[in-house]
Design a protein around this ligand. Structure first.
Ligand code: ADP
Ligand code: MG
Length: 336
């Protein structure tokens, strides 16, 4: 079944299965809006879901997904199961607007006891968030992580016309930016989860936490001042490492920093920005740094976000301009 077929089937249930809505009252309040009825009868739907789940495929999970979650989840993770990277899904760590993250039992092959699977939700594939700012200057990445070239007219046209294939290409690209960024940064020694594998709708990576709980996000943690200084320096080390690779996180804040055993891990990279190609890069960097400073200010670290942004910007952008100038042929052609 193609991703598009899944989208058709599972988006019908989005209104029913919403991990963000745990509050009963909130659910009751939104009921009048959730009047989407499945076009298919319940038994057809169940048959379709059963077809796609692990029931006949041998992929049984300890975690019991909800009815409207199961097909999408198991189909998204089946590749990792077949690659012998995961043997079980243990729990849902977090349900987010765009993705849900699951704690998985990893196999010995991975060298890890547990792994985190980030499964993009069907809704994500219907309406990507307002990502125009991030997309500027970014090539589209294919499933092999390589960029679509401008002369691949058929693919570029599909994206431009937003055909079914075009939308699929956009989704793949979004996912591949997250995955390839993890690969680049992990190899460079950044504090990011180790990337293990990527599938059509999901990324498998190192898991922060233990078998009982996932690492909390830093916004929920109160730090000793000395630890706060150490971790703030660690965030800046990572921001700098990213810039060295031409990258700005684009959604950096205490919400996308995990805290576990005194260490932080940066997560959530699909919107990463190439600062050499994006005209909003300065503002994106400024916002990332402001948000980080805002959290750390509350933990006793008083730093000026504007000064930090400018420091980084001049260091990297000025270097970049120098490189461009060095490449310019008019310099050599000048008879003077
Ligand atoms: N590698 C990981 N280990 C443990 N928990 C994770 C990991 N990656 C993500 N999470 C949890 O899942 C949540 C959502 O992941 P994230 O990548 O931030 O997606 P989004 O914010 O787009 O939904 C995070 O806030 C965090 O609680
Ligand atoms: Mg996040």
């Amino acid at each position: 079944m193609s991703t598009h077929d899944f989208e058709e089937i599972y988006t019908q249930y989005e209104a029913w299965f919403d991990p963000m809505q745990t509050d009963r009252q909130a659910r009751r309040k939104r009921k009048p809006k959730a009047v989407h009825r499945p076009k298919k009868g319940r038994s057809d739907v169940l048959a379709e879901i059963a077809e796609t789940t692990g029931l006949e495929g041998g992929f049984q999970t300890t975690y019991q997904p909800g009815l409207f979650e199961e097909g999408w989840l198991l189909d998204s993770l089946r590749q990792f199961y077949e690659m012998d990277y995961v043997s079980d899904v243990l729990a849902r760590v977090r349900g987010g607007k765009e993705a849900s993250v699951y704690r998985c039992q990893a196999t010995p092959k991975t060298g890890m006891a547990l792994a985190a699977a980030k499964v993009y939700r069907p809704r994500m594939f219907r309406s990507l968030r307002n990502d125009a700012v991030y997309r500027e200057g970014r090539a589209y990445l294919k499933a092999d992580g390589k960029a679509i070239k401008k002369n691949e007219h058929r693919l570029m046209r599909a994206i431009g016309k937003k055909t079914q294939m075009g939308e699929q290409l956009e989704h793949t690209s979004w996912l591949m930016y997250e995955y390839t960024t993890l690969q680049t940064l992990y190899a460079a020694g950044a504090a990011v989860p180790r990337p293990l594998a990527v599938g059509d709708n999901a990324i498998l990576m190192g898991y922060c936490g233990d078998e009982y709980m996932a690492a909390p996000t830093l916004n929920t943690v109160t730090l000793e001042t000395s630890e706060a200084h150490r971790l703030f320096a660690e965030v800046l080390r990572n921001v700098e490492l990213m810039l060295k690779h031409g990258l700005i996180h684009g959604d950096l804040s205490a919400y996308n920093l995990l805290y576990w055993e005194g260490q932080i891990t940066l997560i959530d990279f699909p919107q990463v920005v190439d600062y050499r190609a994006n005209s909003s890069a300065y503002n994106v960097l400024a916002r990332d740094i402001e948000r980080v400073c805002e959290y750390f200010a509350g933990q006793g670290v008083d730093r000026d976000p504007q000064a930090l942004t400018d420091h980084f910007w001049h260091r990297f952008m000025d270097g970049n301009k120098l490189n461009q100038a060095a490449d310019a042929s008019w310099l050599e052609a000048d008879p003077e």
